[in-house]
Design a protein around this ligand. Structure first.
Ligand code: PRP
Length: 181
């Protein structure tokens, strides 16, 4: 990707070590329970794939695709469901898996929506969290890394649909998205 990458923020080794650490906690917390992990497309594909393989508890996987209304790159808090769950989650222990919490608005809406379906529990696991997430009161039980407010790519995160396949988290050089260097 040449000079589009500014720097590596979190290496592949650091990510994988953190996923294993989170999986250990989740295994302990859900021992003897019937777990459904829900990935939020598309960004969560990498963390879902790694987390699912690191977990030992029996689990099922399902997916939702949501899109935030509103202009620009920021969430508006109004969410459209592009793909709903295939699973009826009534009585189930649900763990929502996200790549990043930025404003927190997507997750806040999603958790509220899922809780209305009468599950046994709803918790959240996110690989990354940005500082603005503090503005929305949302309880996130499993967090990988708190990161600075920079444009990050890789490990599921895109810029204009590219760079999701990078195995690490990097920052995007400002010239790529119209900023100044
Ligand atoms: C990203 C990310 C979260 C959301 C976080 O998804 O995967 O779902 O934004 O932002 P928020 O905390 O400000 O609401 P995006 O809408 O970019 O879709 P994608 O996963 O398909 O890239």
């Amino acid at each position: 990707m040449g000079r589009d990458l500014e720097r590596v923020l979190i290496s592949e080794d650091e990510l994988q070590a953190k996923i294993k650490e989170l999986a250990g906690k989740i295994d302990a917390d859900y021992a003897g329970k019937d777990l459904l992990i829900v990935g939020v497309l598309k960004g969560a594909v990498m963390v879902m794939a790694d987390l699912a393989r690191a977990l030992s508890v029996p689990l099922e996987m399902d997916w939702m695709a949501v899109s935030s209304y509103g202009a620009g790159t920021r969430s508006s808090g109004v969410v459209r469901v592009l793909k709903d769950l295939d699973t009826d989650i009534a009585g189930r222990h649900v763990l929502v898996v996200e790549d990043i919490i930025d404003s927190g608005l997507t997750l806040s809406w999603l958790v509220h929506n899922l809780k209305s379906r009468d599950p046994a529990s709803v918790e959240v696991c996110a690989a990354l969290r940005k500082p603005d997430a503090n503005k929305v009161p949302i309880e996130v039980k499993y967090i990988g890394f708190d990161i600075p407010n920079e444009f990050v790519i890789g490990y599921g995160l895109d810029y204009a649909e590219r760079y999701r396949n990078l195995p690490f988290i990097g920052t995007l050089a400002p010239h790529v998205y119209g900023g100044t260097e």
